[in-house]
Design a protein around this ligand. Structure first.
Ligand code: URA
Length: 238
């Protein structure tokens, strides 16, 4: 029988204890970690689903994954460390933020809905274009939107430096300078580049919805997703 590999041993220790990676490595190298009763000192050993991992004789179990929704303020960045702007992870004061990532990053000046998790397989369903997960943006424009824009977006646009047209996108006109745009992919600066390709310019950008999830927390606030919300991405394979 073959068993599915879960992850490297050092990562397993981090995800099942409060230890940092260097601390986990030290424990392994000091011979304090056993897999199925055998002492294992190689940090890169792969842990399989049936393995019993102990640290100082105590059986370890993985912490459940975390799934959050946040309303990203302007002038924050989606990486885990502060750079030119502070990281939005500063707003999350619970748990180990180093393990979290944003499923579909926003630019520093873009606001609105971000989904945050430590489960890479889950975010794959949100980010990968072939999964056709819809992202809805409210876009403020410098110039009035032209009549032919809806059709151009529906057909697909040629962005500079890209070999393929953008996937069909839905444009809903709210006012001459405010639109809702629904896209299913997330190329670098995609929305800004799409409007630039039709001779306009984005002056404000706010993400309102991803898949079935609509933004419902105030700026700078977050909450855990419900199990139905988490499941909604796993089920959605169009
Ligand atoms: N498209 C952009 O241009 N910027 C974002 O932040 C998100 C989508």
């Amino acid at each position: 029988m073959t068993y599915v590999v879960i992850m490297r041993l050092d990562k397993f220790i981090c995800k099942s204890t409060q230890l940092t990676k260097p601390e986990a490595i030290a424990m392994i190298e000091e011979g304090k970690v056993n897999i199925n009763r055998d002492v294992v000192t190689a940090v890169s050993t792969q842990v399989h689903e049936n393995n019993q991992v102990t640290l100082n004789g105590i059986l370890l179990t993985l912490r459940p994954f975390r799934y959050l929704i946040m309303n990203k303020p302007a002038n924050t960045i989606c990486s885990n460390i502060d750079e030119a702007y502070p990281s939005l992870f500063n707003y999350i004061t619970e748990g180990n933020n180093a393990e979290l990532h944003v499923a579909g990053r926003l630019d520093a000046d873009t606001t609105g809905l971000v989904l945050i998790t430590d489960n890479g397989s889950w975010s794959y369903n949100i980010i990968t274009p072939s999964k056709k997960c819809e992202k809805v943006y409210r876009v403020g424009l410098r110039k009035p939107i032209t009549e032919d824009a809806t059709e151009k977006f529906a057909i697909g646009l040629q962005l500079q430096g890209e070999s393929q047209l953008t996937r069909p996108a839905k444009l809903e006109i709210i006012t001459s300078k405010e639109v809702l745009l629904t896209i299913t992919e997330g190329k670098f600066h995609q929305v800004k580049r799409m409007f630039s390709a039709i001779g306009n310019k984005v002056i404000s950008l706010h993400r309102e919805k991803i898949g079935e999830i609509t933004l419902d927390v105030e700026e700078g606030e977050w909450r855990y997703l419900t199990s139905d919300e988490i499941q909604s991405f796993n089920l959605k394979v169009k």
